[in-house]
Write a protein that binds this ligand. Structure first.
Ligand code: SAM
Length: 284
């Protein structure tokens, strides 16, 4: 089976009268080497059920199908979603039975919307403007997801994989760490896309881990994270004043959680945030 190159992408785009939009982050991969690298780095088992978000014209889908038991592709654009089964039937007819295409917004998709067995791996060249919420939503919604390999804007890759103390450590880093071990898995240049984007890209690998052991719920922990980074230059004592009721209440909660109130959110691990959440004062 041959992958889609620049000529095939152009002719599909012409056939569909496709005008790639920035709004939907439509930059299609025209380079077989990049697609193969993504699939290789994903480390799929033949039993894996892959969820691919934004299959577009099918560049990555065609490379995923031989390596997985099934691929469920979630595409928001009805024209692209309609074309994909045809492309696969034409180029890889023997693998077409492994593919399900769901025409939906990945930000809203629920487990029940996906046909077949629950996905075990997320592999995608994500729409860049919604990459972080898509990753967080799918990790929350699909507990069977064990691993992932996603292509995102380079800065987003850095943020997702950042460790405490890093300049770019923030809400996406902490929330992703709740669900998974996250690491950067290599840079990607601009010339592998059509149209050529004006940002660099990077690969991010995710490996599901147990969330921190805590009596606080995920929502409670994420509320502290949001509050801490809403004013990231402030000390936690100040940044969490609203969350706790007052600066003094924030200080008490932080001390009870063994976190220095003079610290900033960018120094705390997800486990630290979970301990702080456990000590939120009861509303009067
Ligand atoms: N995977 C293809 C490739 O590598 O050539 C296309 C990747 S392109 C960066 C992103 C794709 O995501 C587009 O096909 C776009 O229509 C789709 N998309 C954008 N927003 C989406 C959303 N919220 N849910 C599902 N698909 C979306």
């Amino acid at each position: 089976m041959s992958l889609l190159g620049p000529v095939e992408i152009r002719s599909l785009a012409e056939k569909l009268d496709l005008r790639p939009t920035k709004k939907l982050g439509q930059n299609f991969v025209i380079d077989g080497g990049t697609v193969r690298r993504i699939v290789r780095t994903a480390g799929l088992d033949p039993s894996d059920v892959v969820i691919e978000v934004g299959p577009g014209l099918g560049s990555l889908t065609l490379a995923l199908l031989p390596e997985a038991a099934r691929v469920v592709a979630v595409e928001i654009d009805p024209v692209l979603a309609g074309q994909l089964p045809e492309t696969v039937a034409a180029r890889a007819p023997e693998l077409a039975g492994r593919l399900d295409v769901v025409n939906a917004d990945a930000l809203r998709v629920a487990a029940a919307d996906l046909p077949g067995p629950p996905p075990t791996a997320l592999v995608a060249n994500l729409p860049y403007n919604v990459a972080v919420p898509v990753v967080l939503h799918l990790l929350a919604t699909l507990p069977g997801l064990r691993k992932g390999l996603v292509m995102v804007q380079a800065e987003v890759a850095d943020r997702l994989a950042a460790r405490p103390g890093s300049r770019v450590y923030g809400v996406p880093s902490v929330k992703a760490a709740w669900y998974a071990e996250v690491r950067r898995a290599g840079p990607v240049g601009r010339s592998v896309f059509w149209p050529v984007p004006n940002v660099d890209s990077g690969l991010v690998a995710l490996a599901r881990r147990e969330p921190p052991a805590t009596t606080a719920s995920r929502q409670e922990v994420f509320a502290v994270v949001d509050a801490a980074f809403a004013q990231r230059r402030k000390t936690l004592r100040a940044a969490l004043a609203g969350w706790a009721g007052s600066p003094a209440a924030a200080e008490r909660a932080l001390r009870a959680a063994e976190v220095d109130p003079a610290n900033r959110g960018e120094r705390l691990t997800v486990e630290d945030f979970a301990r702080v959440a456990e000590h939120r004062p009861l509303a009067e």
